[in-house]
Write a protein that binds this ligand. Structure first.
Ligand SMILES: Nc1nc2c(ncn2[C@@H]2O[C@H](COP(=O)(O)OP(=O)(O)OP(=O)(O)O)[C@@H](O)[C@H]2O)c(=O)[nH]1
Ligand SMILES: [Mg+2]
Length: 293
């Protein structure tokens, strides 16, 4: 897609020390794990695919969790389900905030344990709980998922990336133990467009990215999606929210016009407002990616 060609993010500081450390500890703990719950963001299920995930999963069972399902429409969700199926994958859509789809995750994780404990019994060993880990980009809802599974708040979960800093085992039931892990990001982000989407969705954190650049990219992305898939997006999300239409402008031009229109020419404030409104869902139920056809 050419629309984000003009944007270059500062990628250098995207890999803070705590993530490097967490990744090392994670690798260590993976030896004890039976199941990997790979958690992605429903608004950007492709950009939140971590390139190293298959390496971490190895021969373990993997459950693909697409969280924040409330932030896309049922129509878009079913397009993704079809697409993932064609790739030979079974996606589990969840809302970790309100609990939708959570019971299915628990079942899927425990199902992996049936085989595990059968093998143990065959070798004369006692059964043990299944051990699963949640892995994904920062802020996608890994800790919220654990709190939901347990039905109470045991690990910290908040609306900013980089909340979880330590690996932490949590016993969910006599059948299941879960490892909460800090969000991980690739040491290098080759794909600028994916990087921008992660920034727009607040799924990277610790980034020294430029709000104005990222907000302008959001406007360009919305214009693009409105043009290619008008039926899958709310009508004129920016016009509805700000009473200023974007369709004939580039993101950058729109951002400056919005600053004039509503924020006394303060472009940074306009950019931050735009990003905050999108992240809170105030622009509507807006996917930033659609299944490739
Ligand atoms: N709308 C919506 N919000 C969610 C959902 N799941 C989690 N959240 C919110 O997203 C924010 C981030 O959740 P966390 O559980 O802290 O995310 P995390 O993946 O553990 O983040 P790190 O620990 O920073 O890697 C919190 O404010 C959650 O309440 C969801 O399904 N829908
Ligand atoms: Mg967390």
């Amino acid at each position: 897609m050419a629309i984000t060609q003009n944007y270059k993010l500062n990628l250098i500081q995207w890999y803070p020390g705590h993530i490097a450390k967490a990744e090392k500890n994670l690798k260590e703990q993976l030896k004890r794990v039976d199941v990997v719950l790979e958690v992605r963001d429903a608004r950007i299920p492709l950009a939140t695919h971590h390139p190293q995930i298959s390496e971490w999963v190895g021969s373990k069972a993997r459950v693909l969790v697409i969280n924040r399902v409330d932030m896309i429409t049922p129509q878009v969700r079913s397009l993704w389900i079809d697409w993932f199926k064609r790739q030979g994958e079974v996606p589990y859509f969840t809302n970790a905030q309100h609990g939708k789809g959570i019971a299915e995750i628990m079942q899927a994780a425990q199902a992996a344990g049936v085989a595990l404990n059968q093998r143990r019994r065959d070798r004369g060993m006692l059964p043990r709980p299944v051990r699963a880990v949640v892995i994904g980009f920062p802020n996608v809802g890994k800790s919220a998922l654990i709190n939901r599974l347990l039905g109470k708040r045991v690990v910290e979960s908040a609306a900013r990336p980089g909340v979880t800093r330590q690996l932490r085992w949590v016993r969910i039931s006599e059948h299941l133990e879960l490892l909460d892990a800090p969000g991980v990001i690739p040491a290098r982000m080759e794909d600028q467009e994916a990087a921008l989407k992660l920034a727009i969705c607040d799924d990277i954190g610790e980034a020294s990215y430029d709000n104005q650049l990222v907000a302008a990219a959001l406007v360009d992305l919305l214009n693009y999606l409105e043009a290619v898939a008008p039926d899958l997006l709310p009508k004129k999300p920016l016009q509805s929210r700000y009473e200023l239409d974007s369709i004939s402008d580039t993101g950058d031009v729109y951002l400056h016009a919005l600053a004039e229109h509503r924020y006394k020419g303060d472009v940074e404030r306009a950019a931050r407002q735009l990003l905050t409104d999108f992240r809170k869902g105030l622009l509507g139920t807006l996917p930033l990616e659609l299944p490739p056809n």
